[in-house]
Design a protein around this ligand. Structure first.
Ligand code: NAG
Ligand code: NAG
Length: 804
């Protein structure tokens, strides 16, 4: 039997009434009264509770007086009084003065915002059910001031959009600051989306002025008014109109100009508190939004819109792509000093120099750009039309698989080694930035877990490049081998090493030791490692190398140099085998395996603070020895927890050094291909610059941050925490320091047992090591010095004992 709705309402009515009457919060604010930021009950609610008006936390101790949807999961803000000037979390207040002025005061009493109104009559402030905050004259029941006249980035149903209003997007996800995208009526009476950046301003929707009519707009109605009605229909005086996909009475909607420059209509799903996209402009592709990736930046779908910098350019602001990329070079005007980097399937829209030509050869186009100081690069399409687009500025970069344009960016000669290398670097995408750009794909769950959008924004940051084949400029090895390479001497070096106890094993010996390579204990970029026991009972780690192209003599020479390196914090190489196609290295076996297993995976061993500090110091010593004290300086090029082994006394031993040398590609420039690891690569790797010891310092800095936080920088090693994948340890740590919240980032496994001074020092050192500018990173020996200064006597004793 169906129960009539009427009865249900009848039965529930008293409860509903109670619920409404019992709503906490205030319905009005009277003259002489205030809402105080620290008082949790000081907020206004609309009659049915749809909207709430109060202090909204936008950062640590930073609040904005805002209006939000009460029932949206993330308290979606629709209006802010002071979006660009948050107030203090203590003593700030919103006061309605007897004079009729509504004023927002900061802790120090300064006026941050006011309604600028005066009234001698009795007034009060109310939050209406539409989301409109109004100041009304109670006697005449007239609105003196309303928030609907001053929208921020959102238009609500029934809110009039007029010639005087502009929606301004947020700067980036969760920041609430004024951004650069505007929605407004232009001088032609047409509703436009406009990028209004610090350096340029341009309309990106509708497509262009000449196609106003094509877009169905009219410039003739000068009333300049638009409104979204209660049933989801939007109408503008320029003839622009659309209906929500869920058109009809019911859903609460908002039209928001999002931080990515796209205007979207959302409908609230009250059951989950999530937002559903119910309209967006057709043909407005995220990558076509101007300024999205800033000057020189390139937008690409991966599959979501993502920004990258071209080779030789550096991202200007790690948390804000609209700041674009800057070149790491200065261009001269001398054609003899210039060259081009090629970016396939890429174009930069607009900013063509007036030397555009069609039907000319690539070489001619190149010459033209080379000889024009103003030309920053040129586009040339492989479509047989011979179109040459010299560019005065590189803006609105867009990469797309179907694009046949090849962009040629002007760079100093010598920066481009080969087109191949350029491609390898530029096609890699800093995909974490999608966290800031994606909106449509926010599932309700996403949004819920993302309560603190601001923090998420701070964390979401990309500094890593996924598994790229990197070019390791093994300069150190070049110095080592300048003297030996390809001559008799190299073999001599091998013999000397043999005399020092370094042994050449036969293949059958190693086959026996490892029981036919049975027990695999690790796998790296260079081969697989097996555990084995030698005839003299020594336990060894046997590494079968894959892909060594060198001849026997060279291989001998090179391993024997590695064999000579002897330091307690470096894994000792005891010997090698080179027979036929077999190239094998024999190392001392290190008891506790690699640091990543202990640090990131659920391991029965939990590293205590002293052990972590000791690992930090020991690893630094090992690297300092490689860089500065050993025969000649040697780069590691792949410092990461997987390459730091821990012995039975929890003393670290750096493994896998010298690989760059064994995998040298045979030419004498000293280049060698090495697989770098995302998360640990210094910025210079991505810029094709010569790599020096400071690249190892950078990676070491990342390892320090991992020791502190227990989080993996590469995101791949952590089995437990998926959300670290896109987080950036550097950013997180920097932020925590600034906010003096270091304890928040510390590995929870430490259970707050750590030495404060040492922690502080370790963070300081880590942040020095990961400085973008490598000249400001300390040398490894300096790192050792800085860390040793903070060692406790007890730690020193233990260190001494284990050395003896
Ligand atoms: C101009 O637009 C307004 C609002 O859409 C409309 O009411 C008015 O009739 C239009 N005027 C003309 C001349 O079409
Ligand atoms: C480029 O030139 C400026 C000014 O002359 C200088 O400060 C800067 O260091 C130069 N940059 C590079 C990468 O050489």
């Amino acid at each position: 039997m169906e129960i009539p709705l009427f009865y249900i309402i009848l039965v529930l009515a008293p409860f509903l009434a109670c619920a409404l009457a019992g709503l906490p919060g205030l319905s009005t604010l009277s003259p002489g009264n205030s809402l105080a930021v620290e008082n949790e009950d000081d907020y206004l609610v609309s009659p049915n509770g749809t909207f709430t008006g109060g202090f909204y936390k936008v950062g640590t101790n930073a609040y904005c007086f805002s209006i939000w949807f009460t029932n949206s999961a993330d308290k979606t803000v629709v209006w802010m009084a002071n979006r660009d000037r948050p107030v203090n979390g203590k003593q700030s207040r919103l006061t309605l003065h007897d004079s009729g002025n509504l004023v927002l005061l900061d802790a120090d009493g300064s006026i941050v915002w006011s309604s600028n109104t005066v009234s001698s009559a009795a007034v009060e402030v109310r939050l209406l059910e539409t989301g409109n905050l109004v100041l009304i004259n109670r006697e005449k029941n007239v609105v003196i001031w309303e928030s609907f006249d001053f929208p921020t980035d959102t238009l609500l149903a029934s809110q009039r959009f007029t010639r005087n209003t502009t929606l301004v997007s947020m700067r980036s996800r969760g920041t609430y600051l004024l951004g650069f995208y505007n929605l407004k009526f232009d001088d032609n009476n047409v509703l436009d989306l406009l990028y209004n950046g610090p350096l340029l301003s341009s309309v990106y929707w509708p497509n262009s002025v000449s196609t106003i009519f094509y877009n169905g707009r009219t410039p003739y109605n000068s009333s300049r008014i638009a409104v979204l009605n209660e049933i989801g229909s939007f109408k503008s005086s320029d003839n622009f109109r659309f209906n929500a996909s869920d058109y009809g009475v019911g859903p609460k909607r908002r039209l928001t100009l999002d931080y990515d420059g796209i205007l979207r209509l959302y409908s609230l799903d009250e059951s989950t508190g999530s937002w559903k996209l119910s309209w967006r402009p057709g043909g407005l592709d995220s990558c076509l939004v101007q300024g999205l990736c800033g000057v020189n930046g390139i937008c690409t779908y991966n599959p979501l819109p993502t920004c990258t910098c071209p080779t030789g350019f550096k991202r200007n602001n790690p948390s804000d792509w609209s700041k674009g990329c800057s070149p790491l070079f200065n261009l001269t005007c001398d054609p003899a000093e210039l060259d081009f980097v090629e970016l396939h399937k890429t174009d930069y829209y607009g900013f063509d120099l007036n030397t555009y030509q069609a039907g000319i050869a690539l070489e001619t186009c190149r010459e033209k750009c080379l000889n024009d100081c103003k030309c920053k690069g040129f586009g040339y399409a492989l479509d047989g039309k011979g179109q040459c687009f010299p560019k005065g500025a590189l803006r609105n970069g867009y990469r797309n698989p179907s694009n046949r344009m090849i962009m040629h960016i002007k760079v100093p000669k010598g920066m481009v080694k080969s087109i191949e290398e350029t491609e390898a670097v530029t096609t890699n995408v800093l995909d974490c930035s999608t966290g800031q750009l994606v909106l449509e794909n926010n599932s309700p769950d996403d949004r819920k877990t993302n309560k603190n959008g601001y923090m998420k924004y701070l964390i979401a940051f990309a500094a890593s490049v996924a598994g790229i084949e990197m070019i390791c400029t093994g300069l150190g090895w070049w110095y080592v081998f300048r003297n030996h390479a390809d001559n008799e001497e190299s073999v001599d070096a091998g013999y000397i090493a043999l005399a020092l106890g370094f042994k050449r094993f036969t293949y059958s010996e190693l086959k026996r030791a490892t029981k036919n390579f049975k027990k695999e204990i690790g796998k790296g970029g260079f081969g697989t490692v097996y555990k084995g026991v030698l005839d003299d009972d020594r336990v060894v780690a046997v590494k079968r190398l894959e892909g060594v192209l060198q001849g026997h003599a060279q291989f001998w020479a090179e391993v024997s140099v590695i064999g000579k390196i002897n330091h307690r914090n470096l894994v000792k190489l005891w010997g090698f085998c080179a027979e036929n196609e077999h190239k094998i290295l024999v190392y001392e076996y290190v008891e506790n395996g690699s640091l990543d297993k202990i640090l990131f995976f659920d391991s029965p061993k939990v590293l205590g603070w002293d052990q972590r500090y000791n690992i930090a110091v020991g690893t630094a010593k090992g690297l300092a020895y490689l860089h500065e004290e050993c025969l000649e300086w040697v780069l590691h090029c792949d410092v990461k927890p997987q390459n730091i082994l821990i012995d039975s006394h929890f003393e670290p031993k750096v493994a896998d050094f010298g690989m760059s040398m064994l995998f040298k590609d045979g030419n004498d420039r000293g280049f060698s291909k090495v697989r770098g690891t995302r998360g640990y690569l210094a910025p210079e790797w991505m810029m094709n610059l010569k790599i020096d010891a400071k690249a190892d310092v950078y990676s070491y800095g990342i390892v320090l941050l991992e020791l502190l936080t227990g989080k993996s920088a590469s995101g791949l090693e952590s089995a437990t925490s998926l959300d670290t994948e896109c987080s950036d340890l550097v950013e997180l740590t920097t932020e925590s320091i600034r906010e003096e919240e270091l304890e928040k980032i510390i590995d929870p496994k430490l259970k707050d047992k750590y030495n404060k001074e040492q922690l502080k020092r370790m963070v300081e050192v880590a942040l020095l090591c990961v400085k973008d500018d490598r000249s400001t990173r300390p040398a490894m020996s300096k790192v050792v010095e800085l860390l040793m200064e903070m060692m406790s006597e007890n730690q020193m004793k233990i260190l001494k004992r284990s050395t003896d």
